[in-house]
Design a protein around this ligand. Structure first.
Ligand code: SAM
Length: 275
């Protein structure tokens, strides 16, 4: 292939993935909108609606990048709280005891925060933190640099674990799933948004043409980076389809595993529980 990712040995994948997201971090949000025609926003909204988090829930968003899921979580919980209290809650109310926009390593911070974004890539986190400051949500989120395969958190800390468009970038998916199970509280929920297999044959052909011919060109034109977006398309190809991912979740020990296709299977939303 053009970029040769198919032949990259496992030991090199993490390094390559790091380089890809380091390169695209500053353009990541713009590219997401351009490539998905804004539809990634709807997929992320669908995840939040399905998770239906209540005030008090603690979220860990792994491979959280620039914070889209975390910000939506705060907004969703805020709206739930307003509905419950029949008054308008300030962000301070919602984030009550949150320690704020802290850096990794501050003692106790990960234990106290309602929303933790964990990503391996410091550049992506930097963009996310900047966005949080801009949108006035800086107090709600803790940004932690860490690997999905070896999460820097104690056991049974979170009510919800989310990973959006992150799992296919992880080298050992089973290790990431084991870690997800470990950090969830009993009864906690795992939710994954990921590109999947398009079910309708005509849509599949259109989607293929779009992926291989349009996306790398957009990557070159907007981010000046053909290779990273070629990697994106190839990594989507290689990632387990709906049923296969469901099995991986069951094998990892999740219960009541299910999934829903979004946009005809372009993306699937998987869910499972820790008992
Ligand atoms: N969740 C965000 C979203 O939906 O917009 C970002 C998704 S982005 C496509 C994938 C993210 O996964 C990147 O920020 C990348 O740094 C991160 N990532 C890749 N490998 C990782 C790992 N082993 N542990 C944690 N994050 C990882």
């Amino acid at each position: 292939t053009h970029f040769g990712f198919e032949t990259v040995p496992e030991s090199e994948k993490a390094k390559k993935v790091y380089a890809v997201f380091e390169n695209v971090a500053h353009k990541y949000d713009v590219m997401n909108d351009a490539m998905s025609l804004g539809i990634h926003r709807l997929w992320k909204d669908a995840l939040l609606r399905a998770a239906h988090p209540q005030p008090g829930a603690r979220l860990l968003d792994v491979a959280g990048g620039t914070g889209d899921i975390a910000f939506r979580f705060l907004e969703y919980v805020g709206s739930q709280k307003r509905r419950r209290d029949g008054r308008s809650a300030s962000w301070q109310d919602i984030c009550e005891k949150d320690p704020g926009n802290r850096e990794e390593g501050e003692e106790g911070a990960a234990r106290d925060s309602r929303v933790v974004v964990c990503d391996i890539n410091k550049e992506m986190l930097k963009v996310g933190r900047r966005k949080a400051r801009r949108t006035g949500l800086a107090d709600g989120v803790l940004w932690v640099a860490g690997d999905a395969e070896e999460l820097p958190f104690d056991d049974a800390q979170f009510d919800i674990y989310t990973i959006a468009f992150g799992l296919r970038n992880v080298t050992h998916v089973e290790l990431a799933l084991r870690e997800a199970l470990r950090v969830l509280k009993p009864g906690g929920r795992f939710m994954c948004l990921e590109f999947s297999k398009v079910t309708h044959p005509v849509l599949a052909r259109l989607y293929d043409a779009y992926s291989f011919q349009v996306i790398p060109v957009l990557g070159e034109v907007i981010a000046g980076d053909w290779k990273s977006y070629r990697y994106l398309v190839e990594s989507i190809r290689k990632f387990p389809a709906q049923e296969e991912l469901k099995e991986l979740l069951e094998d990892a020990g999740f219960c009541c595993v299910g999934y829903r296709n979004l946009s005809g299977g372009v993306v699937s939303l998987h869910s499972g529980f820790k008992l």
